[in-house]
Design a protein around this ligand. Structure first.
Ligand SMILES: CSCC[C@@H](NC(=O)CCC(=O)O)C(=O)O
Ligand SMILES: [Mg+2]
Length: 368
C-alpha cells in the first residue's frame, strides 16, 4: 500500500476533572492524532505522549518533530509497504516508540480498512466485549476519594485503580478497603514514585488484598523491582519499564514483575503489544491494557487489544465520559462493566468531523 500523505492533527481536549498522579496534574490533554492517506483507504492513529516529558521521555512537540523530520518521510519514500514493515523501516531511528506507535497504527488501520478486517480479528482477539477498570487520581482528601470511588462503582466499573505517592498511599487504600466490599478489585499505581528505601512502607499495603502494585520504582530499576518483590506480598506489575517484548521477557526472567500493563503507545504499537502478550502468556504472566487518556480513536484500538485471551485482568479501558464531556468519536459507554469490541473494519471508529474540528488547534500535512 502506497502512503500518499500523513496529516498531523493537534487536539486540545479539556478533562471533566483534574487527573492527579505522582508526576503531576492533567487538566486537559494535548493530543497528536495522525491521519494516513492511501489510494484505497485512510487510517487513524492516536499518540499517547503527554504535553510534557513527565510520564516518559516523549512529549507532543517532540513527537511531531520526529514524525515530520524522520519517520513520515521514511515511509513516504518506501513505496508500497504493509503495516508489518513499518517497525523494521523505522528501526534505524532509536526510541520514539510513542511516535512510531501512532504512525504504525494509522498505517495498520488504513490497511485493515482496505481489506475490510477489524483490528480485533487481525490481532487474534477472542472476545466481543471487555471488562473495564478505572484509574482514580490522587485527591485532596480521603472523603473526596471515597465519593469518587463510589461514583465509579455505581457506573459499573469492575476494578478500581488508585494513584499513590509518598504521603498518599496506606491511608487512602485502607479507607477504600474499609468503606467498600472486600470483593472490590483494587490496585494501585505509583508511577515510579518510590525507591527501595520505601520497602517497609510499601509492605504496609500487603494487608489490603490488592491485585497488584504498578510501577513502584524507577522505570530503569528492573533489578530493584526484583528485590522489592522479595519483601512485599502484593504482586508487582510493570508499566513504564516494559517497552518491548524483549524487555518484558527480561523483567519476568529476573522476577521483577508477576503482571504486565500493556500500553500499545509505550511499546511502539499494537503489533509489539501482541508480541508482549504472547511472551507473557508463554510465561503464565497475566496482562491488562493500560491507558493514556485516549480519545475514542485510541480507546477503540485498546479495547480490541484487551480482547486477546491473555488479557485476564480488567484494563484502564474506561468509558469516554471518564475523561471527556464529548469524545471525537461516538462515545464508548459502559454496559454492565464492559465495553463492546468495535466490529467495523480497522479500529472500527472514525472521528466525527464536527467534533474533531471543535478540538483541533493545528493541522499539518506531511508530503513526500
Ligand atoms: C496521565 S497518566 C497516564 C499514565 C497512567 N494511566 C492511567 O492511570 C490510566 C489512564 C486512562 O484511564 O487512560 C498510568 O501510568 O497507568
Ligand atoms: Mg501506570
Amino acid at each position: 500500500m502506497k502512503i500518499s500523505g500523513v496529516e498531523l492533527l493537534r487536539l486540545r481536549m479539556p478533562l471533566v476533572s483534574p487527573f492527579r498522579t505522582s508526576f503531576g496534574t492533567q487538566e486537559a490533554r494535548e493530543i497528536l492524532v495522525l491521519r494516513v492517506i492511501t489510494p484505497t483507504a485512510e487510517g487513524w492513529g492516536e499518540c499517547g505522549a503527554l504535553l510534557d516529558p513527565v510520564y516518559s521521555s516523549e512529549y507532543v512537540n517532540g513527537v511531531a518533530d520526529v514524525l515530520r523530520t524522520y519517520l513520515v518521510p521514511t515511509l513516504l519514500r518506501a513505496g508500497d509497504i504493509s503495516a508489518h514493515q513499518v517497525a523494521p523501516l523505522l528501526a534505524k531511528f532509536k526510541g520514539h516508540r510513542m511516535a512510531k506507535a501512532a504512525l504504525e497504527t494509522a498505517v495498520l488501520d488504513a490497511e485493515l480498512r482496505a481489506h475490510d478486517m477489524p483490528l480485533s480479528v487481525a490481532l487474534g482477539s477472542t472476545k466481543d466485549s471487555v471488562d473495564c477498570g478505572v484509574s482514580v487520581g490522587i485527591m485532596d482528601s480521603v472523603p473526596q476519594l471515597l465519593d469518587a470511588v463510589a461514583g465509579y462503582l455505581d457506573e459499573g466499573y469492575v476494578r478500581i485503580k488508585l494513584k499513590i505517592e509518598p504521603g498518599w498511599d496506606v491511608e487512602p487504600v485502607r479507607a477504600v478497603r474499609e468503606r467498600f466490599d472486600d470483593d472490590v478489585l483494587l490496585q494501585v499505581d505509583a508511577n515510579t514514585a518510590y525507591t527501595l528505601a520505601d520497602t517497609q512502607r510499601l509492605a504496609q499495603l500487603d494487608p489490603f488484598n490488592l491485585l497488584l502494585i504498578e510501577q513502584p520504582l524507577d522505570e530503569e530499576d528492573v533489578l530493584g523491582h526484583a528485590e522489592l518483590a522479595r519483601h512485599i506480598r502484593t504482586p508487582i506489575c510493570l508499566d513504564e519499564s516494559i517497552v518491548s517484548a524483549q524487555s518484558a521477557a527480561a523483567a519476568i526472567k529476573v522476577g521483577a514483575c508477576r503482571i504486565v500493563n500493556i500500553k500499545p503507545s509505550r511499546v511502539g504499537g499494537y503489533l509489539e503489544a501482541r508480541r508482549i502478550h504472547d511472551v507473557c502468556e508463554a510465561n503464565g504472566v497475566p496482562v491488562w491494557c493500560g491507558g493514556m487518556l485516549e480519545t475514542g480513536i485510541g480507546r477503540a484500538a485498546n479495547v480490541a487489544l484487551a480482547a486477546l485471551p491473555g488479557f485476564t485482568l480488567p484494563g484502564d479501558t474506561s468509558g469516554s465520559s471518564r475523561y471527556y464531556r464529548t469524545d471525537i468519536t461516538e462515545p464508548f459507554v459502559l454496559v454492565n462493566g464492559q465495553l463492546p469490541v468495535p466490529a467495523g473494519p480497522g479500529i472500527g471508529v472514525t472521528p466525527i468531523p464536527e467534533r474533531l474540528a471543535e478540538v483541533t488547534t493545528a493541522r499539518e500535512f506531511v508530503r513526500a
